[in-house]
Design a protein around this ligand. Structure first.
Ligand code: ZN
Ligand code: ZN
Length: 365
């Protein structure tokens, strides 16, 4: 198992987790999990991870791509149904207990599989590969850092193009296009550009609403690169900063700083959430912080661990998480500040470096 092939190392680690729950084969059907374990990016395929050689079950459309993208995996090009071929492959590999991903396989697929398996036992498992994905290896961190660099550069390059009268949608298009020009595969999720009072919608989609002088613009955006995501939130202001933001922005910023200071290996994610939530509550904005503090990020924009109320996941070195408190005043204003952190043994490293001060992105029209 050489470090030159991170996918083989990930499969080896997965085999150890599988042994711990008594499965000697795992049929991976979640596309991101398949990519994580094999580097294969095609569709309609399954990865059977087992001791000895793992197998990728695919069809003629993807066989050449599978040979190019994967290493150390046998490519099985199916001639009959996907589940029937998977069952036959597991039987041929003498798998006694076959794990299936309960969140990813449909009931129909599980039934087809069971019908074709014969004496092999089927065991649904939950979040096995996702738990492994929480801790990023060096190859993943390198890609995430590059995705962040593109994300930040694209934002800085977009700001000078913004003029009052442009729509949220126009600005979002410039930002998306700039990320692609800088090398991104595309936006990691639908870019949020929310002008003025629309900032109070945590998941605002860009509209034809025109940006005016004297208002805030909330950006929540991120590039996708080689499958990996970045995710950042900043506010820009056109010409001047409205008084309401002078009041609430510093509260969100302090809530974020306090929470960030808690991020280190050994901390429970719910405890980090509680620090930001407690601070905003003490300043009578507890109810205006209407989502969890943050989330893990990698191949999915939102993945484990969740930094949320009551969640007991322990932070470990190598996890990548967002910290993104907010205050939302419906119909008036919204502030969210989001940064990406790498959890380290003694604390954390900030993966994002855009300034956070309220004056940082003041656009002069
Ligand atoms: Zn975000
Ligand atoms: Zn986020």
């Amino acid at each position: 198992m050489t470090s030159r092939n991170p996918h083989a190392a990930r499969r080896a680690e997965l085999l150890r987790h599988m042994a711990g729950i008594g499965v000697d084969g795992l049929l991976v059907s979640n596309r991101r999990n398949i990519f994580y374990l094999s580097a294969f990016r095609g569709e309609d395929s399954l990865l059977l991870v087992r001791r000895g050689r793992s197998q990728l079950i695919t069809d003629g459309r993807f066989s050449e791509q599978a040979e190019q993208e994967t290493r150390g995996i046998e490519i099985v090009v199916r001639k009959k149904g996907l589940m029937a071929t998977a069952a036959a492959t597991a039987r041929r590999g003498k798998v006694a207990t076959l794990g299936i991903e309960a969140e990813a396989l449909t009931v129909a697929q599980a039934e087809d599989l069971r019908a074709a398996l014969g004496r092999t036992t089927l065991k649904p498992v939950r979040g096995l590969v996702q738990r492994q994905r929480m801790v990023k290896d060096a190859a993943e961190l390198a890609v995430i850092r590059r995705a962040v660099a593109i994300t930040q550069r694209a934002f800085l390059d977009t700001l000078p193009h913004i003029r009052p009268g442009m729509t949220e949608m126009e600005v979002a298009h410039i930002l998306d296009r700039t990320m692609i020009e800088l090398g991104a595969e595309g936006p990691a999720f639908e870019t949020i550009v929310a002008a003025g009072e629309r900032g109070s919608l945590p998941h605002a989609r860009p509209t034809e609403r025109r940006i005016r002088s004297g208002e805030a613009i909330l950006f929540d955006w991120g590039a996708r690169l080689e499958g990996y995501c970045a995710d950042l939130t900043r506010l820009a202001f056109v010409d001047r900063i409205p008084p309401i933001y002078r009041r609430i922005y510093p509260l969100v910023l302090t809530a974020q700083r306090r929470a960030v200071a808690q991020v280190r290996a050994g901390r429970k994610t719910g405890e980090v959430d509680a620090v930001a939530r407690g601070y905003l509550k003490a300043h009578r904005h507890g109810k205006d912080f209407r989502h969890s503090l943050g989330h893990g990020l990698g191949l999915d924009v939102h993945e484990a661990p969740s930094l949320a109320r009551g969640v007991e996941t322990t932070l470990r070195a190598g996890m990548v998480v967002t910290v993104e408190p907010g205050i939302y005043l419906p119909g008036r204003a919204g502030v969210r500040i989001e940064d990406l952190l790498l959890v380290t043994r003694k604390g954390h490293a900030s993966l994002t470096s855009l300034p956070r001060s309220i004056e940082a992105f003041l656009i002069r029209s």
